[in-house]
Design a protein around this ligand. Structure first.
Ligand code: HEC
Length: 116
């Protein structure tokens, strides 16, 4: 019985971790600030992949609004991309960023995808 309780608790914890937080204007703002500080040099101000560093990369970062996302374009897919990076490219992993900030970034990337 105790074992079952522990398993249920564990599954619940994993489930909660994987669930995206609610998208609020505050969270999006947090994503925007973090993007400017951490991602813009490569991905560019509008996510077109034309940041100062991004322009020189091979493969270059894709244009978020025009190109298909290779790693998936659901918030959870982007969260995963941020956590693990993309092997063999300049896209590093950002597991050190707090979870909430990774979700905020995922939402902001989608905002760039849909806006331009
Ligand atoms: C040093 C340059 C660099 C930085 C900094 C960087 N990226 Fe990337 N990123 C790349 C490159 C290059 C790719 C393309 C990898 C490929 O070809 O699949 C990429 C891919 C991605 C993808 C995957 C797109 C897809 O096709 O699925 C996402 C999402 C992404 N980056 C978001 C971010 C976010 C958010 C940040 C900031 C926390 C960030 N990146 C920081 C270079 C960078």
């Amino acid at each position: 019985m105790k074992k079952i309780a522990i398993s249920v608790g564990f599954l619940l914890a994993v489930g909660l971790m994987a669930a995206p937080p609610k998208l609020t204007p505050e969270l999006l703002k947090k994503g925007a600030d973090s993007y400017k500080a951490t991602c813009m040099a490569c991905h560019g101000a509008t996510g077109a992949g034309d940041g100062e560093v991004g322009k020189m990369l091979k493969p270059p970062p894709r244009n978020f609004s025009k190109d298909k996302f290779k790693q998936g374009s659901k918030p959870a897919d982007i969260f995963k991309t941020l956590t693990n990076g993309v092997t063999g490219t300049a896209m590093a992993a950002y597991p050190h960023l707090p979870e909430e900030e990774r979700w905020a970034l995922a939402y902001y990337v989608l905002e760039l995808k849909n806006k331009h």
